[in-house]
Design a protein around this ligand. Structure first.
Ligand SMILES: Cc1ncc(COP(=O)(O)O)c(C=O)c1O
Length: 346
């Protein structure tokens, strides 16, 4: 009953097997291995983007902040949801890697940026001449941090607002595969065709050991990204273990199968919680959810062996009737039996 995070889950055996196979003999490093060419070709085909530049890093924070640094100048501000991972959980890495760009927070009541709020936030910047920040990229998270998905239409709506001001769009796709498994859109339709310029495509949370695929739909930006990646210490010398993961993950639709499994477990969990009268805070559209319940129930679940994080508030002390929010995340390996055990505790 581990619903703490999708990165608490195991790597898929096919990923480990691919890394073991890549371990045979010697290989050029730094992305010069033959597998990297195959990975780039696969990503280009899957995203219907024959010119896209594809790079690999091992963490989502590296993918996000190196891409944002490529898209933003130090005097610019990056528009992100108030709840965005780049704002809450990256220890100011975007600000650090951009060399001083700041983040402007946009209201996103259910994890999805409100279009009017984005319009207003963009309009409010750049009124102070040389003294204030200049407008910079907009970054969107799909699946959002609250477990909701935008889908191609909402992404296109938000990207059009950015585009109207000449601003580039980045997508934090740490869980893009879960969003695609949910809405069935084509990868191209939810990314560059909707106006996304650069994508962090997360794989670690979805069956890999450590892999995020960076996609620059404008290949002219690849060289700057390359210098930034090297300078940041994120160009792996034994790069073959990254490309091996990517090749296995993208082969035969494994990435979408694993995401669909995680989503299915989450749907079962959400259905069971709803049936038991437990309050879910947002629509459950991918593989994570937030629920509100009395502290006493959270205690009982933890004592019964469930693992998940509370979003503010402590299990210990306090009134057992106080309502606290918990976050439940299903990874690809979450099984129905674990979900049933959890529901039985409720
Ligand atoms: C929305 C989102 N973006 C990016 C990341 C990547 O973070 P990390 O640097 O831990 O791989 C995470 C991981 O929690 C995430 O939830």
């Amino acid at each position: 009953m581990n619903f703490a995070s999708d990165n608490a889950g195991p790597a898929h055996p096919a990923i480990l097997a691919a890394m073991t196979a890549a371990n045979a003999g010697h290989s050029p490093g730094y992305g010069a291995e033959a597998a990297m060419e195959r990975v780039q070709a696969m990503v280009r085909e899957i995203f219907e983007a024959p010119e896209a530049a594809v790079r690999l890093v091992a963490t989502g924070t590296a993918a996000n902040s190196l891409l944002l640094a490529t898209l933003a100048r130090p005097w610019e501000t990056i528009f992100c949801a108030r709840t965005a991972h780049v704002q809450e959980d990256e220890c100011n890495a975007p600000e650090f890697f951009t060399g001083g760009a700041k983040l402007t927070l946009v209201e996103a009541p259910d994890g999805r940026m409100d279009p009017d709020a984005l319009r207003a936030a963009i309009a409010a910047e750049e009124g102070r001449g040389v003294h204030g920040p200049k407008r910079g990229p907009v970054t969107l998270t799909e699946t959002s941090e609250k477990g909701t998905t935008h889908g191609p239409a909402r992404i296109a709506e938000l990207a059009a607002i950015a585009r109207a001001h000449g601003l580039p769009v980045h997508m934090d796709g740490a869980r893009l595969s879960n969003a695609l498994a949910h809405c069935g859109a084509r990868p191209a339709g939810i990314s560059w065709q909707a106006g996304v310029d650069a994508l962090s495509l997360g794989a670690t949370k979805n069956g890999c050991v450590g892999l995020e695929i960076v996609v620059l739909f404008d290949p002219a930006q690849a060289q700057e990204f390359d210098y930034r990646r090297k300078r940041a210490g994120h160009l792996f010398s034994k790069h073959r273990y990254l490309s091996a993961q990517a090749e296995a993950w993208l082969s035969d639709g494994l990435w979408l199968d694993l995401a669909a499994r995680a989503n299915a477990a989450a749907a079962l969990l959400a259905q069971g919680l709803g049936a038991r009268g437990v309050e879910l805070l947002y629509p459950v559209e991918a593989n994570l959810m937030f629920f509100r319940a009395p502290r006493g129930l959270h205690r009982r679940l933890h004592e019964g062996g469930a693992q998940y994080y509370l979003w503010g508030g402590d299990l210990e002390g306090g009134n057992p009737d106080d309502l606290l929010t918990g976050r439940l995340v299903c990874d690809w390996s979450a099984d129905a039996a674990a979900v049933e055990r959890f529901l039985a505790l409720i």
